[in-house]
Design a protein around this ligand. Structure first.
Ligand SMILES: Cc1cc2nc3c(=O)[nH]c(=O)nc-3n(C[C@H](O)[C@H](O)[C@H](O)COP(=O)(O)O)c2cc1C
Length: 143
């Protein structure tokens, strides 16, 4: 695996676009990045990584996507202590509650959230959101 894995779930491509921009920021800062759909890896693949970069849009009623992401994150909570975790995702009609809940969960599992309390983007990321994603990538590359 590369220096940093950016693992995301995306139904319609918005969170995927954020993931790709974060990956571009990581490589621009001189580290290698694997930008991968969460369904193609297992939580155990992240066990030895000091930094986790995880993306999921708001789904359900301000929830994580329940088929792949919810079980993946539940398993990660078992060994999240001491990890640095950057979270990101796209949303539409809500106010970011799903991301606040996700960040709190990871903190309660002993992780340190980096890059603010989770990078959220309304709908399809525009140029400003892509810039924020690239900045987050550069930040995590420097950890
Ligand atoms: C089944 C479903 C549930 C959703 N639930 C929420 C929600 O609770 N809050 C919200 O702000 N957006 C919600 N959305 C909107 C998505 O988060 C939004 O369309 C997002 O841009 C999708 O990102 P993606 O392209 O990465 O899948 C929901 C969308 C779907 C399809």
């Amino acid at each position: 695996m590369s220096d940093i894995c950016v693992a995301y779930w995306s139904g319609t491509g918005n969170t995927e676009a954020m993931a790709q921009a974060i990956g571009a920021g990581i490589t621009a800062a001189g580290k290698s990045a694997d930008v991968v759909p969460m369904e193609t890896i297992s939580p155990a693949d992240l066990k030895d990584q000091a930094v986790w970069v995880l993306g999921c849009p708001a789904m359900g009623a301000e929830e994580l996507e329940d088929g792949t992401v919810e079980p993946f994150v539940s398993e990660l909570e078992g060994f999240a202590s001491g990890k640095k975790v950057a979270l990101f995702g796209s949303y539409d009609w809500g106010d970011g509650e799903w991301m606040r809940t996700w960040a709190e969960r990871m903190e309660q599992a002993g992780a340190q959230i980096v890059g603010g309390e989770g990078l959220i983007c309304h709908g399809t990321p525009g140029a400003d959101a892509i810039d924020e994603c690239e900045s987050l990538g550069r930040e995590v590359a420097g950890l």
